[in-house]
Design a protein around this ligand. Structure first.
Ligand code: NAP
Length: 274
């Protein structure tokens, strides 16, 4: 990636921006509308929401009022755990579309691998995809064994696996597996919600490149070819987070950040959460 609007090509040929805005914990209404509009104004073209975030209405409003053609914006949403199963998922998708006020989605994800349900949920995503209501389908929080299980049965390969990913959780095995299967890895909580800024190597690189700790970490994601969706409600930070295309970490520095891995999650463990 050389700029904010560069894309990655997913395994079904669809192009997706490699960097975007996450909107988890943004309040529906003015808060999310203003943040999404600010991001779009400053060049972001990927917005990541979910039914669970209860702010799809505001996201849709911002997309519509942005003045940017719909087809230039990539909108992701996700089916929540209590909406899973085949019929429920078909309904959940229609609800999301209606709340967003859009007539198609760019990407729809199974939010978590709910035991005993995620395959039926995914079958519903395949139907939605075949009907042309979504340009790409994928999963989130899937471990290698969930993917292996899904790939045995699915007709349409997931394009994305969106997982927690930051310097304290580098997901090495999962990353190698996804690369081998041509499933794009996408990082949620790329900043570990502020939990990695104080690492000495991050501080050191921040001084060396005159970039903030957040920018150093997000640059590391980009150099790993991981799609990244940091969240901020603050316009200044939305600008800051995307201002990472004018410097480059050396291979050695990327490795130094890799070595901060502790397999430490800020969110739930997919094997015990659902
Ligand atoms: N698939 C899943 O299960 C899943 C789970 C969690 C999240 N996600 C997605 O991933 C997105 C990102 O994850 P996240 O929101 O949990 O965590 P994150 O992006 O790692 O961190 C967000 C936090 O960092 C702060 N922040 C942002 N930029 C900053 C900067 N430059 N300097 C200092 N602080 C900064 C934000 O505060 P302010 O807003 O006050 O700036 C917010 O408190 C979510 O919004 C959501 O779209 C997906």
């Amino acid at each position: 990636m050389t700029n904010l609007q560069d894309t990655v090509t997913l395994n079904n040929g669809v192009k997706m921006p490699g960097f975007g805005l996450g909107v988890y914990k943004m309040e529906d209404g003015q808060s999310v509308v203003q943040s999404v509009k600010a991001a779009l104004k400053h060049g972001y073209r990927l917005i990541d929401t979910a039914s669970y975030y209860h702010n799809e209405e505001g996201v849709g409003q911002a997309v519509r009022e942005s003045g940017i053609p719909r087809e230039e914006i990539f909108v992701t949403s996700k089916v929540w755990n209590d909406q899973q199963g085949y019929d429920n998922t078909l309904k959940a998708f229609e609800d999301s579309l209606e709340k967003l006020g859009l007539d198609y989605l760019d990407l729809y994800l199974v939010h978590w691998p709910v035991t005993g349900k995620f395959k039926d949920t995914y079958r519903a995503l395949e139907k939605i995809y075949e009907e042309g209501k979504v340009r790409a389908i994928g999963v989130s929080n899937f471990q290698v064994h969930h993917l292996e299980d899904l790939l045995k049965d699915c007709k349409v390969k997931p394009v994305i696996n969106q997982v927690e990913y930051h310097p304290h959780l580098t997901q090495e095995e999962l990353k190698v597996y996804c690369e081998k299967e041509n499933i794009q890895l996408e990082a949620w909580a790329p900043l570990k919600r502020g939990g990695v800024f104080d690492e000495p190597i991050i501080q050191e690189l921040s001084e060396k490149y005159r970039k903030t700790p957040a920018q150093v970490i997000l640059r590391w994601d980009v150099q790993h070819n991981v799609v990244t969706i940091p969240k901020s409600v603050k316009e200044q930070r939305i600008i800051e987070n995307a201002d990472i295309f004018d410097f480059s970490l050396t291979k050695e520095e990327v490795k130094q950040i890799d070595s901060l891995n502790r397999n430490e999650r800020s969110g739930p463990d997919p094997d015990t959460f659902v």
